[in-house]
Design a protein. Structure first.
Length: 451
């Protein structure tokens, strides 16, 4: 019995070394690197992991007959190439020598999108549920303004959780042994929340530590904004901002707001990165933002990112929808003061899409029915148009083209009074992914306020 136990222990200790002690024979011949890898894999019972897009598998190499371990043969095979290899137990990872790679870490990157439409999700969360034993704190990352995320982890097995408010949480099991890209689609859902109790006991368990969120920042879901009470049925982004703590309003009939004692002109309002100088319609009763064309609203009362300068009080950053990449759809509405229509769909499925949204008031149409000559020739109306197009040029490049145009006219013939004004913005953006850790966005924008 004792001999059997000793034998089992010795076998367990020596087993991880078997792959290093394997001896295989190869014959003199010329073959592609892909064929050599396949032959070594079969003879040595070894799994190879590599990116077929970067490793030159079609390159032909001539080897002389020899006997040796897989690592010895691979050193000769890759001697005149840029390929190098990493040994992980019974697995060999192939990478290029000019890559600056941490041999113990890999990078997982990709995009988080909405299932069905392909809209990118801003601020979606990736949380690493199963941590590597060497890590002391839970790991996670948040997608950027274009839905892109990137996280570097030690090689190992993980359970990953993708989540976003208003969408089903998705968990997947992954064995990370090389860097790769993964796009995740989350399904919209309604969730009934139970009571939440937040506790902190960092001395006993570091996983229970409560981390401080970004102070002064509010993410507003456009779906929740549409549920708020609206003046004359017109949903308004600015009116929803005016309900937040630290924000004061000038009056009921105004889109001006004051943040923590600042002036109205100290607020920076951006629509797809382009500044909007006058965000009001109809003398301030409505804002210029059509809720049917809006995807995301972020409001900073403090702690504004350094990339946005020139204002002291606050930052209101609004992102337009990108258009459904899967199918054509339309929506619209008829209100007491205005009607709106939105069209969106793919130009080329999965690669390019568009969205066009327009609205107009029709009070001036009813004025023409008046018997009074002065009233009949008066006019009071506004209209605006939002449009956005995007093209996926490659898996590393994407182009966005978005624009807004709106106009107001208030003319009262009896008072000999007329005023009109309008905003126009346009933005061209180029997203480029240099590698799984470096993401860039180049923007060319135009903004004009005419009055």
């Amino acid at each position: 019995m004792r001999c059997k136990l000793v034998a089992i222990v010795l076998f367990t200790i020596c087993n991880p070394l078997v792959a290093q002690q394997i001896q295989i024979n190869i014959e003199t011949k010329e073959a592609t690197i892909g064929q050599w890898i396949e032959e070594i894999s079969k003879k040595g019972s070894i799994n190879f992991t590599y990116n077929a897009g970067t490793i030159p598998l079609d390159k032909r190499v001539r080897l002389m007959a020899m006997q040796g371990s897989p690592s010895e043969i691979l050193k000769i095979l890759f001697k005149d190439t840029e390929i190098r290899f990493l040994e992980r137990k019974n697995k060999i990872i192939l990478i290029l020598s000019n890559q600056n790679v941490n041999e113990n870490s890999v990078t997982l990157s990709g995009y988080i999108k909405e299932y069905g439409s392909g809209e990118s999700l801003i601020g979606a969360t990736l949380l690493v549920i199963t941590k590597n034993p060497r890590e002391e704190h839970p790991l996670g990352v948040v997608s950027n303004a274009y839905g892109f995320y990137s996280i570097t982890l030690p090689i190992g097995q993980y359970e990953l959780q993708y989540s976003y408010v208003g969408y089903e949480t998705k968990r997947i099991q992954l064995t990370l042994d090389q860097s790769f890209t993964q796009t995740i689609a989350l399904v919209p859902t309604s969730t009934q929340l139970d009571e939440v109790v937040i506790t902190a006991n960092p001395d006993d368990d570091p996983l229970q530590k409560v981390y401080t969120p970004v102070m002064g920042k509010t993410n507003m879901d456009i779906g929740e904004i549409k549920k708020m009470p609206a003046l004359m049925g017109e949903v308004d982004v600015i009116k929803s901002i005016q309900t937040l703590p630290g924000v004061r309003v000038q009056g009921e009939g105004s889109t001006n707001f004051f943040v923590r004692g600042g002036n109205a002109d100290q607020n920076l309002i951006l629509l797809d990165e382009a500044p909007v100088y006058n965000a009001s319609h109809l003398m301030g009763f409505f804002s210029v933002f059509n809720p049917d064309a809006i995807k995301n609203v972020q409001f900073y009362r403090s702690g504004m990112p350094a990339q946005y300068g020139g204002r002291l009080s606050s930052l209101l950053e609004i992102r337009m929808k990108e258009g459904n990449l899967q199918k054509f759809s339309s929506s619209g509405g008829i209100g007491l003061t205005a009607s709106r229509l939105t069209l969106e769909g793919p130009i080329k499925k999965e690669e390019s899409s568009f969205i066009i949204s327009a609205r107009r008031t029709y009070a001036d149409l009813f004025l023409k029915l008046s018997a009074d000559e002065f009233t009949k020739k008066s006019a009071i109306y506004f209209y605006d148009i939002n449009a956005k197009f995007n093209w996926k040029l490659s898996h590393k490049d994407k182009i966005y083209l978005s624009g807004y145009f709106g106009r107001d006219l208030n003319k009262f013939l009896s008072l000999q009074y007329a005023i009109d004004w309008g905003n126009a913005t346009s933005t061209i953006r180029w997203n480029h992914l240099f590698n799984d850790r470096l993401f860039s966005n180049t923007t060319l924008l135009y903004s004009n306020y005419d009055y």
